[in-house]
Design a protein around this ligand. Structure first.
Ligand SMILES: Cc1cc2nc3c(=O)[nH]c(=O)nc-3n(C[C@H](O)[C@H](O)[C@H](O)COP(=O)(O)OP(=O)(O)OC[C@H]3O[C@@H](n4cnc5c(N)ncnc54)[C@H](O)[C@@H]3O)c2cc1C
Length: 483
């Protein structure tokens, strides 16, 4: 049953333990800053009930009736292409800000459906039955999900079991007849405050000594022992003082340090409990889906930067100069390379033979993600180069509202297009928002979120099939005489 935005927000008023800048938050939907992240998430629930977006966001399902498009399990390459479009278009509707609360959870559920079957085959466990039931509950109740994969990790070069403090990775501390008890913390959990369930999965491969850390489960954010410590949302803190900052006032996501202090998880929500041999497979299967999601939302962000760059260049009268044309084509290349990677990853997806679920092509997904990691700051450089110094020195929007200053600003901040100075000011102000109040978040998120540069590098280096290239090298060197 598809929910609406009001029902979604109400479901978050459940006594979850949240902290923001040193204070406990009694209701995330009413908190001055956090409510911006909640409202952003609620847009997905609002849009799916609006006629103009239903073909994008709703899918008919034989078993469950109308379901969220995010939760449609990809059973063809075409399904993956549609998934790419759903993420791309919802990011555009969110003014270039990703809206994660259904995308990331489905990425994790698809990965768990595939990996649980492999574990069940070897160990005669019933994890696939459990994840399928969890999927059914999620779809039928139209839940919002967050995913806590990244552990706090302590000393990065030590394995979980080698850490001096054993809680640096989330682990099982007790096994009971009715479930397990977990302890530890995960970092950077996006929109946990706006989710109905948190899915936790391992962040790396494990050895036998790490088997208590090979754990995957789902838990409601209001479960006893769960604490969510928010990061400061500086973009929204700035925006509430400046109504002209439309993105920060409407479209923001939140991250928490997510602490599990001896949290009880009933067996029905446990999807891995000690099968250490498969922790690495799950830790890499989820990012394959999630990086496919990433290239879709990053392409939409690229679309925003391209639109800003082109319009500001037109306002500045520079859009036909060779240097600015180069900047604009660089922005276009960033966006379109990501779209190409997404189309390639969907077209050359592989079917998991046991479940019939399609997995995005790992090479194209990771090449796209690595390209996004490595070129994001260059795309910002191109945009700032086009916009000029006003992207930092533009007066505040309240100056424009002061009659004493208004005429002066409209006269002296005009560009090549007559009578559209306010539009020019708003566009440049958005560039300033991207590089200033959103600057810290985007700089770090575009380098690290969905895995660092090294994560995609490792995945590509080890999973790439070099055989064709090697054959060609041997052929071209005369070592063999045919390809
Ligand atoms: C905005 C944002 C949102 C995020 N959302 C989520 C989320 O919803 N859920 C989630 O689970 N995670 C989330 N992440 C986490 C993201 O996946 C991680 O930031 C990323 O995997 C890097 O991990 P880290 O931040 O712990 O950095 P670190 O692991 O500390 O890495 C820092 C640097 O050290 C390098 N490094 C680390 N260990 C080693 C080693 N052993 N050898 C060599 N080099 C090493 C890395 O390659 C990197 O360059 C989010 C991150 C951001 C920034």
């Amino acid at each position: 049953m598809l929910r609406n935005d009001v029902e979604f927000k109400k479901s978050l008023q459940d006594g979850r333990r949240v902290f923001y800048e040193g204070a406990a938050v009694s209701d995330v939907t009413k908190h001055e800053i956090l409510k911006i992240a909640i409202n952003h998430a609620s847009d997905l629930f609002k849009w799916q009930n609006q006629k103009q977006y239903s073909s994008l966001l709703v899918r008919p399902d034989n078993e469950y009736g109308n379901i969220s498009a995010f939760y449609a399990v990809p059973k063809t390459t075409g399904d993956l292409k549609e998934r790419f479009d759903v993420i791309y278009e919802t990011t555009r509707l969110g003014r270039g800000m990703f809206n994660i609360v259904k995308a990331i959870g489905s990425d994790a559920m698809f990965a768990l459906m595939i990996v649980s079957r492999i574990i069940d085959n070897e160990f005669k466990t019933n994890y696939s039955e459990r994840i399928n039931k969890f999927y059914r509950d999620t779809v039928q109740n139209d839940l919002a999900l967050s995913v806590a994969q990244t552990d706090v990790k302590g000393n990065r070069v030590l394995r979980p079991s080698e850490q001096p403090d054993k809680d640096m990775y989330v682990r099982i501390v007790e096994r009971r007849d009715d479930g397990i008890v977990v302890n530890g913390a995960k970092a950077h959990t996006t929109q946990s405050v706006a989710s109905n369930m948190i899915i936790a999965i391992p962040t790396r491969n494990m050895t036998e000594a790490d088997k208590d850390y090979a754990v995957a489960f789902a838990v409601p954010p209001n479960a006893k022992g769960v604490s969510l410590i928010s990061r400061p949302m500086k973009a929204s803190e700035s925006a509430i003082k400046d109504p002209s900052l439309v993105i920060g006032n409407n479209n923001a996501e939140n991250e928490t340090l997510t602490i599990f202090d001896h949290v009880f998880i009933p067996w029905e929500h446990v999807f891995m409990a000690g099968e250490w041999k498969y922790a690495g497979l799950l830790a890499s299967m989820f990012p394959t889906y999630h990086r496919f999601t990433a290239i879709a939302y990053r392409a939409a962000m690229g679309d925003l930067y391209l639109g800003l760059g082109k319009l500001i260049a037109e306002h500045n009268g520079t859009s036909e100069t060779s240097n600015i044309r180069r900047n604009i084509v660089n922005l276009m290349t960033y966006k379109e390379t990501l779209r190409l990677a997404g189309i390639g990853a969907a077209e050359y997806a592989e079917m998991d033979t046991q479940t019939g679920i399609y997995v995005p092509n790992r090479v194209y997904t990771n090449v796209g993600k690595l390209f996004a990691n490595q070129n994001y700051l260059d795309s910002v450089k191109n945009l700032v180069d086009i916009a000029g110094g006003l992207a930092s020195t533009l007066p505040h929007s309240s100056d424009l509202n002061n009659p004493e200053e208004r005429e002066l600003l409209l006269k002296y901040l005009s560009g090549a297009i007559v009578n559209k100075t306010e539009e020019r000011i708003r566009l440049i102000s958005t560039v300033r928002e991207i590089i200033s109040s959103y600057g810290a978040l985007f700089t770090s998120a575009m380098l690290h979120a969905e895995g660092s540069i090294e994560a995609s590098t490792i995945e590509l280096y080890r999973s790439y099939d070099y055989s064709e290239s090697k054959k060609l090298a041997l052929f071209a060197s005369g070592v063999v005489d045919k390809l």
